[in-house]
Design a protein around this ligand. Structure first.
Ligand SMILES: *[C@@H]1O[C@H](CO)[C@@H](O)[C@H](O)[C@H]1NC(C)=O
Ligand SMILES: *[C@@H]1O[C@H](CO)[C@@H](O)[C@H](O)[C@H]1NC(C)=O
Ligand SMILES: *[C@@H]1O[C@H](CO)[C@@H](O)[C@H](O)[C@H]1NC(C)=O
Ligand SMILES: *[C@@H]1O[C@H](CO)[C@@H](O)[C@H](O)[C@H]1NC(C)=O
Ligand SMILES: *[C@@H]1O[C@H](CO)[C@@H](O)[C@H](O)[C@H]1NC(C)=O
Ligand SMILES: *[C@@H]1O[C@H](CO)[C@@H](O)[C@H](O)[C@H]1NC(C)=O
Ligand SMILES: *[C@@H]1O[C@H](CO)[C@@H](O)[C@H](O)[C@H]1NC(C)=O
Ligand SMILES: *[C@@H]1O[C@H](CO)[C@@H](O)[C@H](O)[C@H]1NC(C)=O
Ligand SMILES: *[C@@H]1O[C@H](CO)[C@@H](O)[C@H](O)[C@H]1NC(C)=O
Ligand SMILES: *[C@@H]1O[C@H](CO)[C@@H](O)[C@H](O)[C@H]1NC(C)=O
Length: 628
C-alpha cells in the first residue's frame, strides 16, 4: 500500500513531516579546513547532518560575537578523529533547527587553529550586518579555541553507523571503532541474510553478556533492509559484540566487533582469535534487549521468538507487527497516537489479560482487512475510482486509527509482561473478490469488536478500572467507523447497524470460523475450539418483503432440527429473545427486531446474554431482519 497518497490529507502534522528537509554538510573534506556548504538556510523542523573527514574536527556552536568559543547551552558534536580525506566517517552529527535565528558554528580543533583559519559555518546567517564573512573575519582574530570541558556531545545526535553483513560478507563494518564518545547512538543497519547483534564479554565471545544488548535475528532479502538496531554508548569501556547466527557459525568465522577496544592486551584481534575457538553461539530468548529495533522508522518494541519477520514488515503495505510503536506517519493519519500511559495499575487480572489478547486478535484481523481494502480502493488499486478519494482517504485514516487502537492491547500486555499474540494466518480471499465483500467483512469485524468491547468493559470495571476509559474511547471510534462503512454500503438493504454486546467467546468463534486458518497462540479463556459455524439457509420474507419472518439453520451440512434447540437473538440495549427451532431447523424471527441481528443456536432458552457461551451449539451468524 502506498500511504504516501494520504499525505494529501489536510492534516497539519502531515504537512510538517512532508516539508522537513535534511541538509548534509561536510566537515574537512579533501583535507580542507572548511564546512561545505559554509552557509545554508533552513526552516523550523529541518535537520542538518555533519559528515566528518580527516583530520580531527568538531562541530561546535558559538555566538556571533564570540567565535571559536562555545555558546552556553549550545550544541557540541565532540571531536571525531577520522582517517579518510574523501570517505565520510561512520560517525555523524545531526542537529534540529528549532527557530530561524542565525546559528553560528566552528571547529574547535586547536592543532592547526581550525576556527581561526576560517573553519566556520552558519545556518540562516543574515545577508547584511552579521554576515558569515563578518563572522569569519572575527574568528580569524579570536583567541585560542575552546570546547566544552567534558568533551561529550550535547544538543544533537552523535550517531555511529555500523553495517551488518554488507555485501553478503560476514562482517560488521566498521568493526573496530575507537572514538565512540558516551551518548553516541550506535546504529546497526541490517543486510541479508539473517544476522543479529549481541553483546558479549571479551572473555566469552559468541555468548550473551548478562544484561547486555541483543537485536534478535533480522532475516531479510533487502539491502539495506530498513531495519535498524540502536544502542547508546554509556561510557568509554570496551563493548564487544557478535552475530549469533549458527547456520554458518558467523561469530566463530569472525563476525564480531568492538567499540572502544584497547590497542593492546584485550584487542579486537585477540577477541577474534578467542571467538574462533568459541563453542556454538547462543542468543537471549527475548529481543530486542537494551537497544531499540526500528523498521523504516517504526519502533518494534518486542518480537516473539527473538526473530523479526521482516518479510511482512518490509513491504510498505503490510500491517505493522503487533507491539510496534505507531509511527508518527500513522499517528498523523489517525489524528492522534496512543497515550504514553494508560494509568496502569500495579497489576492486571487474568481476565483482563485474556480480554486484551482477544482484542489484539480481533484488531489484527481488522487491520489486515482494512489495509488490504484501502490498498485496493486507493489510486492504482483494482477498485480505484469506485468511491471518491475523500471516502477512500477516510478508510485510510480509519486503518491508522485501528492501528492506534490495537496499541491499547499490545502496550498494556507488554507493560505487564504478558504474552502478546503472534499474528494468525488468515483466510481472507473471500473478503476481497468484490468491494461489497470487503465492506461486509470490515463491518462484521467492527461489529464483533464493538460487541466484545461492550462485553468486557463491564467485566473489567471491578478489577481493572484503568482499562475502562481506553475501551470506551475505542468503542466510540469503532462505532463511527461502522457509520462510514454503512454509508459506503448504502445500496444494501439495512441502513442501521446496531451496536450490541456479544459475549467474547462467540465473537472469537465467529472470527475463527470465517477469517482465520490457524493461530500459533491460544487465548486461555476461549473455548478449546470454535463453536461450529451456523448456516442460515432458507430465509422467508413477509408478503410485502419488508421483514424476514422465518429462517432455517444448518450446522455443518446437517439440519439443526431434532428438538430442544433455540435461536437466541441478540438485540440492542442488552435485549435477548429466544425462538424455538423446529424439527426441520426452521425458526420464527421475533417481530420486534430490526436491521442486522446476531443469531446463536443454543440448547437452552431463558438465560442472560452472559450465559450464552455455556449453551451455544453453533454460531453466531448475522441475520438481516428488517428495515427499521
Ligand atoms: C582529537 O582532538 C581532541 C581535541 O584537540 C583531542 O582531545 C583528541 O585527543 C584528539 N583525538 C585524536 C585521536 O587525535
Ligand atoms: C533544538 O531543541 C532541542 C530540544 O530542546 C535541543 O536539544 C537542540 O539543541 C536544539 N537545537 C538547536 C540547534 O539549538
Ligand atoms: C566483501 O568481502 C570481499 C572479500 O574480502 C571484499 O572484496 C568486498 O569489498 C567486501 N564487500 C563489502 C561491501 O565490504
Ligand atoms: C534466522 O535465523 C534464526 C536463528 O538461526 C532462525 O531461527 C530463523 O528461522 C531464521 N529466519 C529465516 C527467515 O531464515
Ligand atoms: C583496531 O584498531 C586499533 C587502533 O586503531 C588497531 O591498533 C588494531 O590493529 C585494529 N584491529 C583490527 C583488527 O583492525
Ligand atoms: C512507545 O511509545 C510509548 C508512548 O509514546 C513510549 O512510552 C515507549 O517508550 C515507546 N516504546 C519504544 C520502544 O520506543
Ligand atoms: C493488585 O493491586 C492492588 C492495588 O492496586 C492490590 O490491592 C491488590 O492486592 C493487587 N492484587 C494482586 C493479585 O497482586
Ligand atoms: C472473569 O470473567 C468471567 C467471564 O468471562 C467471569 O465469569 C468471572 O467472574 C471473571 N472473574 C473475575 C475475577 O472478575
Ligand atoms: C414461520 O413463522 C411463523 C411465525 O412468525 C410460524 O407461525 C410458522 O410456523 C413459521 N414457519 C416455519 C416454516 O417455520
Ligand atoms: C448444551 O450445549 C453446551 C455447549 O455446547 C454443552 O456443553 C451441553 O452439554 C449441551 N447440553 C445439552 C443438554 O445438550
Amino acid at each position: 500500500m502506498r500511504y504516501s497518497s494520504l499525505l494529501l490529507l489536510p492534516l497539519p502534522l502531515l504537512a510538517s513531516i512532508a516539508e522537513a528537509t535534511n541538509y548534509v554538510v561536510t566537515v574537512g573534506k579533501d583535507s580542507q579546513l572548511k564546512f561545505v556548504p559554509e552557509t545554508l538556510n533552513a526552516v523550523v523542523g529541518d535537520t542538518v547532518t555533519y559528515q566528518f573527514f580527516a583530520k580531527n574536527h568538531s562541530v561546535t556552536q558559538s555566538s556571533f560575537a564570540d567565535p571559536c568559543h562555545p555558546l552556553a547551552g549550545g550544541f557540541f558534536s565532540g571531536f571525531n578523529p577520522s582517517a579518510s580525506t574523501d570517505t565520510a566517517s561512520p560517525t555523524t552529527w545531526t542537529i534540529t533547527v528549532n527557530d530561524t535565528k542565525p546559528i553560528w558554528v566552528y571547529c574547535g580543533q586547536t592543532t592547526g587553529n581550525h576556527c581561526q583559519s576560517g573553519m566556520v559555518h552558519a545556518i540562516n546567517a543574515p545577508t547584511s550586518g552579521n554576515t558569515i564573512d563578518a563572522f569569519k573575519a572575527s574568528a580569524a582574530k579570536a583567541s585560542t579555541s575552546t570546547s566544552p570541558p567534558d568533551g561529550l556531545p550535547v544538543g544533537g545526535l552523535r550517531k555511529l553507523h555500523i553495517d551488518v553483513g554488507l555485501g553478503g560478507n560476514l562482517t560488521f563494518s566498521p568493526n573496530n571503532v575507537t572514538n565512540a564518545l558516551p551518548r553516541t547512538v550506535v546504529e546497526f543497519s541490517f543486510n541479508p541474510k539473517n544476522h543479529s547483534v549481541v553483546q558479549s564479554s571479551f572473555s566469552d565471545p559468541c555468548h550473551p553478556l548478562a544484561n547486555g544488548f541483543s537485536s534478535g535475528f533480522i532475516p531479510t532479502e533487502v539491502s539495506p533492509s530498513g531495519v535498524l538496531f540502536d544502542i547508546v554508548v554509556q561510557d568509554t569501556k570496551p563493548i564487544w559484540f557478535y552475530c549469533a547466527q549458527t547456520a554458518k557459525t558467523h561469530c566463530q568465522a569472525g563476525m564480531v566487533g568492538s567499540i572502544n577496544a584497547p590497542t593492546s592486551g584485550n584487542t579486537l584481534d585477540a577477541f577474534i582469535q578467542l571467538a574462533a575457538k568459541a563453542s556454538t553461539s547462543t542468543i537471549p530468548p527475548q529481543a530486542p534487549l537494551v537497544g531499540t529495533v526500528t523498521v523504516n522508522g517504526a519502533v518494534i518494541s518486542s518480537f516473539n521468538g527473538a526473530v523479526l519477520n521482516s518479510d511482512t514488515t518490509l513491504s510498505s503495505g503490510a500491517v505493522p507487527p503487533p507491539g510496534s510503536n505507531v509511527s508518527s506517519y500513522m499517528t498523523g493519519m489517525a489524528g492522534g497516537g496512543q497515550p504514553g500511559s494508560y494509568n496502569w495499575a500495579p497489576n492486571i487480572s487474568d481476565n483482563a489479560t485474556d480480554f486484551l489478547q482477544l482484542l489484539q486478535f480481533l484488531d489484527d484481523i481488522l487491520l489486515e482487512v482494512l489495509f488490504q481494502g484501502f490498498e485496493k480502493l486507493n489510486t492504482g488499486g483494482s477498485w480505484a475510482g469506485v468511491y471518491p478519494q475523500s471516502i477512500v482517504d477516510t478508510i485510510g485514516s480509519m486503518s491508522a486509527q485501528a492501528l492506534v487502537h490495537r496499541s491499547t492491547a499490545t502496550d498494556s500486555l507488554q507493560h505487564y509482561q504478558k504474552t502478546m499474540l503472534s499474528t494468525c494466518s488468515y483466510n481472507l480471499a473471500p473478503s476481497f473478490s468484490v468491494v461489497d465483500d470487503f465492506l461486509h467483512a470490515a463491518l462484521i469485524l467492527l461489529l464483533l469488536e464493538i460487541g466484545v468491547l461492550i462485553d468486557i468493559t463491564a467485566l473489567v470495571a471491578a478489577a481493572d478500572p484503568w482499562l475502562v476509559p481506553a475501551l470506551a474511547t475505542q468503542l466510540g471510534a469503532k462505532s463511527r467507523m461502522t457509520a462510514v462503512i454503512n454509508m459506503m454500503q448504502n445500496h444494501m438493504a439495512a441502513s442501521a447497524v446496531r451496536e450490541v454486546m456479544i459475549p467474547a467467546p462467540l465473537a472469537w468463534s465467529y472470527a475463527m470460523n470465517n477469517y482465520v486458518s490457524s493461530c500459533p497462540d491460544t487465548i486461555k479463556s476461549m473455548p478449546s475450539k470454535p463453536y461450529p459455524a451456523m448456516k442460515v439457509t432458507n430465509t422467508q420474507q413477509s408478503a410485502d418483503g419488508s421483514r424476514t419472518t422465518n429462517i432455517t439453520v444448518q450446522v455443518d451440512s446437517g439440519s439443526a432440527g431434532g428438538g430442544g434447540l433455540f435461536i437466541a437473538w441478540i438485540g440492542p440495549w442488552g435485549g435477548l429473545e429466544y425462538s424455538a427451532v423446529g424439527s426441520d431447523g426452521s425458526s420464527a424471527v421475533p417481530t420486534d427486531l430490526y436491521g442486522h441481528v446476531w443469531a446463536v443456536l443454543v440448547n437452552k432458552s431463558g438465560g442472560k446474554l452472559q450465559d450464552l457461551p455455556g449453551v451455544t451449539v453453533a454460531g453466531p451468524e448475522l441475520v438481516w431482519v428488517s428495515q427499521p
